[in-house]
Design a protein around this ligand. Structure first.
Ligand code: C5P
Length: 398
């Protein structure tokens, strides 16, 4: 998949640096050439010897190493690659990149390169959540830097949260996608995500607890596999992933229009928690209590079922239509019936009973229902569910 691609791999100083060793192996297995750069901090975690042995290449460490400059100047080194990858990308490296600092070899290469840069951030959850890191990340995304991860989980420091470096297969997939070589290259996939808001009056609305996390993870996974993704999202709690075409909507009917406008597509994944009903007598001014003690009489109309509409369209139907089913009881039975009723190819079903903590949480335990029956997947991070589903979608479209 990565035959003869040249990757400049900058290994920063984080506990996840050990994963960079495996990353080098996997990239070489796929035919890539890896030129490794180890930062001073990186050397505290992995040795130059193991890095160069695995890469079968010299490891670059110092900006002022004149032999290196004679062999290949830093400008040339940064440009000979097809892609620059930073893994692990520490808070410090991200800050240097965002600010355009060039005080050492790694940051100089990052400033001098004319190639795309993909970073795999990792750090303590508080550092990841810090406003400074948020700012740096936003700047890097605006600068066109590609980002894979971080995932959620228990970290080496013992804390739980976002900040764990993406797993190696995920980074390899992101590298493939960045080089335009993923298995979904040339495919267009529509993903719906988040809740919808159905107005009652200009300041009030009916909504649900969907965070949009699973849909955003789905869009990112499909992007990483090389797809062009149209991401139609209601007002979600999580930000949309970078590198997808975002269409922000509010109501179910806006979502329907956006999905229909995004067609044709090779596949469509309906991860949104669409409100079943909308208020037809929504007030144009803020409703007031009238002193009678009586609640306002809201009239409802059923919203269009976007999934069913797309699944049942004749000409122009995506080859693969995937629905989600959030249930609170007898999940398999309900989801199997839902698959038949809606006419979609697959249903990804999950139990969203409050005690599962799935709705709004970081993990999901899903059941995949296809024409061949039901498969129960173990509980895992929503990103991992998305990655596996993405691979299945790539298989189905192959
Ligand atoms: O019928 P239910 O809402 O449980 O179906 C869930 C599936 O249908 C999800 O994939 C959801 O995105 C999709 N859906 C839709 N439009 C609706 C309701 C649900 O696309 N109005």
């Amino acid at each position: 998949m990565l035959a003869d691609k040249r990757i400049l791999l900058i290994i920063g100083g984080g506990i996840a640096a050990y994963k960079a060793l495996d990353l080098i192996r996997r990239l070489r297995e796929q035919g890539a050439h890896v030129t490794p750069v180890l930062t001073r901090a990186g050397e505290e975690f992995v040795t130059p010897l193991s890095v160069s042995a695995l890469a079968a290449e010299k490891v670059y460490r110092d900006l002022f190493d004149l032999t290196d400059e004679a062999e290949m100047g830093h400008i040339e080194l940064s440009r000979a690659a097809d892609l620059v990858v930073v893994a692990p990308a520490t808070a410090d490296l991200m800050a240097k990149m965002a600010a355009g600092l060039a005080g050492d070899l790694a940051s100089t290469l990052l400033l001098a390169t004319d190639k795309r840069v993909l970073i795999a951030p990792t750090m303590n959850v508080r550092m990841w959540d810090h406003p400074a890191t948020r700012r740096n990340l936003a700047q890097l995304l605006a600068d066109g830097v590609l980002v894979v991860g971080p995932g959620e989980g228990t970290m080496a420091c013992g804390e739980f949260g976002a900040g764990r470096m993406a797993e190696v297969p995920e980074i390899v997939a992101a590298i493939g996608a960045a080089l335009g070589d993923g298995p979904l290259k040339g495919r267009h996939v529509i993903v719906t995500s988040g809740p919808t808001h159905e107005p009652i009056d200009p300041v009030r609305y009916i909504a649900n607890r969907s965070s949009g996390a699973q849909g955003a993870a789905m869009a990112a996974a499909l992007r990483d596999l090389g797809a062009r993704v149209s991401f139609v999202t209601g007002p979600a709690a999580v930000p949309p992933p970078a590198g997808v075409d975002v269409v922000a909507v509010e109501t179910a009917r806006e979502m329907q229009a956006a999905v229909l406008a995004a067609l044709p597509a090779d596949a469509a994944v309906f991860a949104a928690a669409v409100a079943d009903w909308r208020v037809v007598n929504a007030a144009t001014q803020k409703m007031k209590k009238d002193g009678s003690g009586l609640p306002p009489a809201l009239e409802f109309a059923e919203n269009p079922d976007i999934l069913a509409q797309v699944a049942q369209m004749g000409a122009g139907r995506p080859r693969l239509v995937v629905g989600f089913a959030a249930e609170t009881e007898t999940v398999a039975d309900h989801a199997t019936a839902k698959r038949a009723r809606k006419g979609c190819d697959w249903i990804v079903a999950n139990d969203v009973s409050p005690e599962t903590g799935i709705m709004g949480g970081g993990e999901n335990a899903v059941m995949l229902i296809t024409g061949d029956g039901a498969e129960s997947w173990p509980r895992m991070a929503k990103g991992e569910v998305a990655r596996r589903l993405g691979l299945r979608i790539a298989d189905a479209l192959a």
